[in-house]
Structures are given as C-alpha cells and as structure tokens.
Design a protein around this ligand. Structure first.
Ligand SMILES: Cc1cc2nc3c(=O)[nH]c(=O)nc-3n(C[C@H](O)[C@H](O)[C@H](O)COP(=O)(O)O)c2cc1C
Length: 343
C-alpha cells in the first residue's frame, strides 16, 4: 500500500504540478458560448464606467477574487505575500488555501496570516475542507482559521472527487450537510461554500441554501482539474489510471452559474473555474455572479513577482471596464443577461 504524503509535502507538490504540468480539464468553462452584444454608441465616458462594489462590509475596486490556493510551506508563504500585496494595491478579494496544516502545526500559521499582515484592507477569506467536519473538526477549528487571518468570511471547500482519486483521501462525505449547517448557525462570519473545479448542481445548491450558506462559489469545470493534479502525484499505476479517468468530469462554470441562478435566484454566487480574463469575469457577472475568481492564472503571475501579479490584476480590471463600456453599461448592477447573446 502506498504511503500517504504529509500535508507540507502535498502542498509543495500541488504548487509544483500546477506550475509545471498541463492540469487542464478536458472540458471548457462554457463561457465561450456567450458573447456581449456590442454597442457602437454606448453614450458613456469609459473613465466613468464604475467597476467597484461592496461585499461583506468591504469595498472592492473590481469584482475580482484571487481563488483559494495555498499556505503551509515557505514557498507558499511567499506566494501568499505576493498575492496579498497585489490584492491590497489593486483592491480585490483573496482567499488563502486550506488552513488545516496551520491548525495542526501552529508554527505554520504565518504562512497564511502574512496575507492579512500585508493587506489590512482587503476582503479576505479563510479556507478549510468541509469534509474535515467528519474527521474531528468542529466550530472551534473553523473559528481558529478565521481568527488566524482576521478573515471576513469562511470558505468551506467541497472536493469529493479529489479525495476519492488519491491514496488515503478523506472520503467520508456522509451527513456533512448537517455539520455545515451547524457551522453556519454558530460562526460569527458569513460562510461560503465552494467546489474546487467540478461545479455545483441545482440539487447541491438547494442543499447548501438549506444549510444557511451566505454565498456559493461554483468553481466549475474548464480550468484546473484536480483529478489531473492527483494523476501527476499518483504513487502507483492503479491510482494514476483512476485519476486519469475523470479528466472530462464536472459541470462547466457557465452551466453551474445558471444552475444556481435557477434554483436560488437570491443566492450570492461567485464564479470560478477556467476563467481566462476580465472578459470571462464580465460574462459570469452577466450570467448572475457577483465576483469572478481565478486560481491557476494568479499563481503563475505570483510565482514570478508581486509586480507581475499587480499587472495581471490591473489588466483583468481594465478588461472588465472595457467590456462594460463596449456593452453600454456603466455600473456592475446593470450587467445582466440582456447584454449577452448565446452563440
Ligand atoms: C495550487 C492550487 C492550490 C489550491 N488549493 C485549494 C485549497 O486549498 N482550497 C480550495 O478551496 N481550493 C483550492 N484550489 C482550487 C481553486 O481555488 C479553484 O477552485 C480551482 O483551481 C479552479 O480555478 P482555476 O480554473 O482558475 O484554476 C487550489 C488551486 C490551485 C491552482
């Protein structure tokens, strides 16, 4: 039986594999099926097009989220520092990766809390795997994760397939909804639930709404595929073939946004999974999302420098602004499916 890698080693593998290998899903995000109706006479001044919004008590300069990624190693600390510096400069939201490593070894807390230290004003999200609530975690660990970052909200991630295709994964997802509900009822900050790249169905969205979550991040298929990441980490041929089977699995991001919009018209939706740029984020917003997140793209920029991360965020923000200008919309509240056409 192959041995289970310790958390620190797993986190280092995740960064290395994401930077060096092709870990794309076999599916696309579905956003390519939509385009904006071009308005040749927008009757707007580009510089007056407003990309700001307020969310969970914080002001953002653009509806951009650096999706939850990392922490737990020295390299991860440096990536979190660069991402957070860039988020503070540009005024966007950020999530850190699963904080389990730091809950189990408090010496690692700084690899996560560095984000708040360098970015005192940003909308910042804590992160834990929801399944840990079936492996001994309670509201206490959730609170400690939030306190570690002075986070504005807690993200619980759902990754059943990733756990299922790795050696020693935490695969008992039974009875989890009740435990998520308990966290939502007791914790002092909003709870957001996200996938990690396979999307959210209507059925799951309704279940999460019953639990009392404040927002759902679809993290749909079309970008980073965690079965592909696990395939590259597989210690034996059996595990490699098992993981490789699921390259085309999941609900594409665009479809997942529409699933939630249909099931729960009032739910706050974050969109992520295979988002390439600000034009894709604007499409997600027009389909019903409030924020658009990118993981893999920001990781690659931050692996180079904070300046590269700032450049990418500023470009993404400008892409959203120009998209709104070209569609005749000067405020995010007016970005809706009236501006979109399906190809
Ligand atoms: C290196 C790396 C580490 C990640 N770690 C986490 C994590 O700890 N918690 C989590 O909720 N999602 C994690 N994700 C998933 C992302 O937040 C995101 O949902 C997913 O990668 C899809 O976005 P993308 O297609 O833009 O990469 C990670 C992604 C990457 C690339």
């Amino acid at each position: 039986m192959a041995k289970v890698a310790p958390i620190g080693r797993r986190k280092a593998d995740h960064i290395k594999i994401n930077l060096e290998q092709d870990v794309h899903s076999g599916l696309t995000s579905g956003l390519e099926r939509y385009h904006f109706v071009h308005e040749a006479l927008p009757e707007l001044d580009l510089e007056a097009v407003d990309t700001t919004l307020n969310l969970f008590g914080k002001k953002l300069n653009a509806p951009i989220l650096i999706s939850s990624m990392t922490g737990g190693t020295e390299e991860a600390k440096s990536i979190n520092r660069r991402l957070a510096e860039a988020a503070q400069t540009v005024g966007v939201a950020m999530g850190v990766g699963s904080q389990r490593a730091a809950l189990e070894n408090p010496d690692l807390a700084e690899t996560f809390s560095i984000a708040r230290k360098v970015a005192p004003d940003i909308l910042l999200f804590s992160n834990l795997g929801a399944v840990q609530l079936n492996y001994g975690y309670t509201i206490d660990q959730c609170r400690r994760a939030v306190d570690m970052l002075q986070a504005d909200a807690l993200i619980l991630h759902l990754n059943p397939l990733q756990e299922a295709v790795q050696v020693g994964g935490d695969t008992n997802f039974a009875g989890l909804a009740k435990k998520i509900e308990r966290v939502c009822n007791k914790i002092e900050v909003p709870v957001i639930v996200k996938e990690v790249g396979w999307g959210i169905s209507e059925r799951t969205a309704k279940l999460l709404a019953e639990c009392g979550v404040s927002a759902i991040d679809v993290a749909g298929a079309g970008g980073t595929s965690w079965s592909q990441v696990e395939m590259h980490r597989a210690p034996d041929e059996f595990t490699r073939q098992l993981a490789a089977t699921f390259v085309g699995w999941g609900i594409p991001t665009a479809e997942s946004i529409l699933n939630i919009k249909n099931a729960l018209p009032e739910m706050t939706i974050f969109a992520s999974g295979g988002i390439k740029d600000g034009l894709d984020i604007a499409k997600c917003l027009a389909l019903g999302a409030t924020l658009g997140g990118m993981a893999g793209q920001f990781l690659k920029a931050a692996a180079l420098s904070s300046e590269k991360a700032v450049e990418l965020m500023q470009l993404t923000k400008r892409q959203i602004q120009v998209t709104m200008f070209g569609s005749g919309v000067d405020n995010l509240d007016f970005l809706g499916n009236d501006q979109l056409a399906e190809i």
